[in-house]
Design a binder for this molecule. Structure first.
Ligand SMILES: C[S@@+](CC[C@H](N)C(=O)[O-])C[C@H]1O[C@@H](n2cnc3c(N)ncnc32)[C@H](O)[C@@H]1O
Ligand code: SF4
Length: 378
């Protein structure tokens, strides 16, 4: 089973922390919609003979398109792929796009999961981030979606944001739990290159939260999420029973996916590809019948490092017997040595053949994963 991802490269306003590819001019909206369909046709064989269990509209802001335009993309997918009866079809949406009218129309489509960027319920944080909604508008948007019958909703939040005190973070979480959503993605703020936040940080206009404080926010999040019946199934992702995101899981479980649209990534177990992150160059290439993408053939060691990166992020962990079977004795022994070290540091636990990061390990997961990587000697 595989997935199709559509990257919708538009936003009505630029959030100051975000480095995802997008344009705030919506002028090319119709051209992009046409080219997404053309690209799908051009690359319909990329995944081989497989059915789809996920379709994901991500961005940017997919909700800049009307529901019937989103449905027309799903129609296009059905021309080339068999979609499983219980496929997960997600639309990322900004809260202020989820008006009554939009939701009413969206109900007529095959979208069955919403992922809504809340970030914070505190207006001063939202202003700092340059979001285009208030906390109350975000809260009301989720309630409205629920009242229209959407029963698989995920919300995005960001912690570790300058000025987000523990008190405010607790209030944010209380409101999220109050909403009774099925899934939460909680990200630690990243200072990504080429963002206003990073620029301000460099100029000393913004001060990064110290690690101890953001660790406290993370710990509070995982404790509270558990108490409220959420499964912490990946570093930043929490779900109620039965609502683990199939789309996210296909990234972490090494399944194939086809990424359509500017900047979208694709993976077919042997090769990784990424499309040009430029709307007009993308449109030109697709209209000329070409895909403007870069490719990377994956060596055995690249595949191993990918396996480390994806499996250690999750609560299923890394299966050491699978390492031995797929990557051989040398890499297996390498993993055993590293595992002993992190068992001693109390950063991981072992369950049968699998090693799994514990709460302490999850917070320093980047360091642990890099240490497990196999670096080829020059
Ligand atoms: C690509 S956005 C798309 C969602 C949608 N456009 C919205 O903003 O509501 C997905 C999520 O990534 C998260 N995100 C983006 N940049 C981030 C950063 N630098 N640090 C932490 N989280 C980030 C935000 O929580 C955001 O909702
Ligand atoms: S967080 Fe969402 S709305 Fe904000 S710039 Fe990024 S993609 Fe656009």
């Amino acid at each position: 089973m595989s997935g199709v991802y559509f990257h919708i490269p538009f936003c009505k306003q630029l959030c100051h922390y975000c480095a995802f590819h997008k344009s705030i001019s919506l002028q090319a909206k119709d051209d992009i919609l046409e080219c997404l369909k053309l690209e799908l046709k051009l690359r319909k064989d990329y995944l081989g003979d497989t059915s789809l269990n996920t379709i994901y509209f991500g961005g940017g802001t997919p909700s800049v398109y009307q529901p019937e335009e989103i449905e027309s993309l799903i129609d296009e997918v059905t021309k080339y792929f068999t979609i499983d009866a219980n496929a997960e079809i997600t639309l990322e949406a900004n809260p202020d796009d989820l008006t009554e009218n939009y939701l009413k129309e969206l109900l007529k489509t095959r979208v069955n999961r919403l992922s809504v960027g809340i970030q914070s319920f505190h207006d001063e944080d939202l202003i700092l981030m340059n979001r285009r909604h208030t906390g109350k508008e975000a809260f009301d948007a989720i309630r409205r979606a629920q009242s229209f019958g959407f029963d698989n909703i995920s919300v995005d939040q960001i912690y570790g944001v300058p000025g987000l005190s523990m008190k405010k973070w607790k209030e944010n979480l209380d409101l999220v739990f109050d909403l009774n959503v099925q899934h939460i993605s909680s990200y630690h703020l990243m200072f990504d290159p080429n963002t206003i936040f990073t620029n301000k940080l460099e100029k000393g206009q913004l001060v990064e939260m110290d690690e101890e404080e953001s660790f406290e926010q993370f710990n509070y999040l995982i404790d509270e999420a558990r108490k409220h019946g959420f499964i912490h199934y990946e570093i930043s992702n929490f779900s109620k029973e039965g609502y683990i995101s199939k789309h996210n899981s296909s990234y972490w479980k090494q399944k194939k996916y086809l990424g359509i649209g500017p900047s979208a990534h694709s993976y077919n177990l042997e090769q990784r590809e990424w499309n040009i992150a430029h709307n007009y160059k993308y449109i030109k290439a697709i209209r000329e019948g070409e895909c403007f993408s870069e490719k990377e053939e994956l060596s055995e060691f690249d595949r191993f490092n990918d396996f480390v990166l994806t499996s250690l992020r999750t609560y299923w962990g890394m299966d050491l017997e699978l390492v031995r079977k797929d990557f051989g004795e040398e890499l297996y022994q390498h993993c055993i040595t590293k595992s002993k070290k992190y068992l001693l540091f109390d950063h991981i636990r072992q369950e049968e053949n699998c090693i799994i990061l514990n709460d302490k390990g999850v917070f320093v997961s980047n360091d642990i994963m890099s240490d497990f990587f196999w670096i080829e000697e020059e």
